[in-house]
Design a protein around this ligand. Structure first.
Ligand SMILES: *Cc1c(COP(=O)(O)O)cnc(C)c1O
Length: 395
C-alpha cells in the first residue's frame, strides 16, 4: 500500500507535521479500544474517561504555566486561531480593527482576509511589515494600535523561517492600550519555554501534531477573566466553550506530548540545535550562492530556511525525494506560476533566491548520520539543477 517506508525516510519536515511519539501512541491506544465511554456520561465507565481528559488538561496547562481551566481543547491549531479572533471581535462589536503581521500562517492570514464576508461587517486589518531578517519593528507596532483595535494577533515563531517574535513585550504593549492579545504559538509550544503566568497574553493557540501528538487535536488558552464567545456552540463540553464530544484519545495523547516536551525541552533543544547548525553551516559552505533566510539567533532551534539561488524549490524537493529526504519549499506551484511564499516576499528576499528556498525542520528523532547524508546529497542536486538553468552563471 505505502511505497515509502518510515525507516527509509530522512524526515526534516517537522514544521509541517511530526511523528507521533511512541509514548503518545501508547497512552492513546486504550481510548481507541477498551475505554470508549463518553466523558460526559454519568456512569463510571464514562467518568474514568472524563478523568483522563482532566489529566490531559493539567498536562497542557503545566507546559504553558497556565491553569487547567484556562485550556480548551479544539480540533486543531486553525480552529484555535479562528476561535480567538472571532471571539474578540464578537466581544467588542464596536471595535473593527485587527493588528497582525505579514508573515502569519494561512490560518490567521486567510481568516483576516475573509473577516468582512465572514462577519458581515467591515474591518480594518493592519499587517505589520518585517525586516530583511524576518524581525518586527516595535515602533511600527505601537503606531498601529488604536482605540478601535479589538485584538492583536502575532505568531510566536514563524513556521517557515523559525524566527521568534518578542511576544512578552508585544503583549505588554497591547495591554497598556487595553487591547486583547492573541498569539499563534503552534510552532513555539514544546520547542521554547513558555510561562503564561508571567505574560500579558490573553489567547494562545497550539496544535498537537506539531509537537509529536496526533493530528486533529489542538488547544486554545484563554486567560481567566477574558471575555469569550464560543466558535462551536452545542453541548456543554469544555464548560460551554467548545461544543462537540471530546476527541478523547488525541486529547490524552496531547497531554502526554506536552509533558514529554516539558521534561525534555532543554536537552532536546541542545541536540536538535547542534544538528540544525551542522546542517546549516555545512550547506552554506558547500553550496555557492546559498544564503540563510531569517534571523540567525532569534530563531527556533530546529528550523533552517536556506535559499539556493537560480534553482526552483520544487525541483530541488523532487530531487531530494529520490533519496527520501523530506523537507519543504518556500514556493508553491499555484495555477502554473511559481509564487514565492508571502513570508519570504515580506522579508524582501529577491525572487531568484525566494524561488529556491528550502526549509529543513528537524526534531529529536533526527541523527547526525542523517544530517551528513543530506550534506552529501544536496550539493550535487543543486549543481545538477543549476547546470540546466539558463540564468545560472558560475563566477
Ligand atoms: C501548522 C500551523 C497551524 C495550523 O495548525 P493545524 O493544527 O494544522 O490546523 C497554525 N499556525 C502555525 C504557525 C502552524 O505552523
Amino acid at each position: 500500500m505505502m511505497d515509502c517506508r518510515p525507516e527509509q525516510v530522512v524526515y526534516m519536515d517537522n514544521n509541517a507535521t511530526t511523528r507521533v511519539a511512541p509514548e503518545v501512541v501508547e497512552a492513546m491506544t486504550p481510548f481507541l479500544s477498551d475505554f470508549y465511554g463518553n466523558p460526559s456520561s454519568m456512569h463510571r465507565f464514562g467518568g474514568q474517561v472524563g478523568a483522563a481528559v482532566r489529566k490531559a488538561r493539567e498536562q497542557v496547562a503545566g507546559l504553558l504555566g497556565a491553569e487547567p481551566e484556562e485550556i480548551t481543547f479544539t480540533s486543531c491549531g486553525t480552529e484555535s486561531d479562528s476561535t480567538a479572533i472571532l471571539s474578540a471581535l464578537q466581544s467588542f462589536p464596536d471595535k473593527r480593527h485587527v493588528v497582525t503581521t505579514r508573515v502569519e500562517h494561512p490560518a490567521i492570514k486567510n481568516l483576516c482576509e475573509g473577516l468582512d464576508s465572514l462577519t458581515g461587517h467591515k474591518h480594518r486589518v493592519t499587517r505589520l511589515p518585517v525586516a530583511d531578517d524576518g524581525t518586527l519593528d516595535l515602533e511600527k507596532y505601537r503606531e498601529a494600535l488604536s482605540d478601535d483595535t479589538a485584538i492583536v494577533s502575532v505568531m510566536w515563531a514563524n513556521n517557515e523561517t523559525g524566527v521568534i517574535f518578542p511576544i512578552a513585550e508585544m503583549a505588554r504593549i497591547a495591554h497598556e492600550h487595553g487591547i486583547l492579545f492573541h498569539t499563534d504559538a503552534v510552532q513555539a509550544v514544546g520547542k521554547i519555554p513558555i510561562d503564561l503566568n508571567k505574560l500579558d497574553v490573553d489567547f494562545l493557540s497550539l496544535s498537537g501534531h506539531k509537537l509529536h501528538a496526533a493530528k486533529g487535536v489542538g488547544a486554545l488558552y484563554v486567560r481567566r477573566g477574558t471575555p469569550f464567545v464560543p466558535f462551536l456552540t452545542g453541548g456543554h463540553q469544555e464548560r460551554g466553550r467548545r461544543g462537540g464530544t471530546e476527541n478523547v484519545a488525541s486529547i490524552v495523547g496531547l497531554g502526554v506530548a506536552c509533558e514529554l516536551a516539558g521534561a525534555n525541552m532543554e536537552e532536546e533543544n541542545n541536540t536538535v540545535r547542534k544538528l540544525r547548525d551542522r546542517l546549516e553551516e555545512g550547506l552554506l559552505k558547500a553550496v555557492p550562492k546559498s544564503m540563510l533566510n531569517g534571523h540567525k539567533t532569534d530563531r527556533l532551534p530546529n528550523t533552517t530556511n536556506i535559499s539556493f539561488e537560480y534553482v526552483e524549490g520544487e525541483a530541488i524537493l523532487l530531487h531530494m525525494d529520490r533519496y527520501n529526504i523530506c523537507a519543504s519549499s518556500g514556493s508553491a506551484c499555484t495555477s502554473g506560476s511559481l509564487e514565492p511564499s508571502h513570508v519570504l516576499r515580506a522579508m524582501g528576499v529577491p525572487f531568484t533566491a525566494a524561488h529556491g528556498s528550502i526549509r529543513y525542520s528537524l526534531s529529536t528523532y533526527n541523527t547526525e548520520e542523517e544530517v551528513d547524508f543530506v550534506l552529501e546529497k544536496m550539493p550535487p542536486i543543486i549543481a545538477e539543477l543549476r547546470a540546466m538553468s539558463p540564468f545560472w552563471k558560475e563566477d
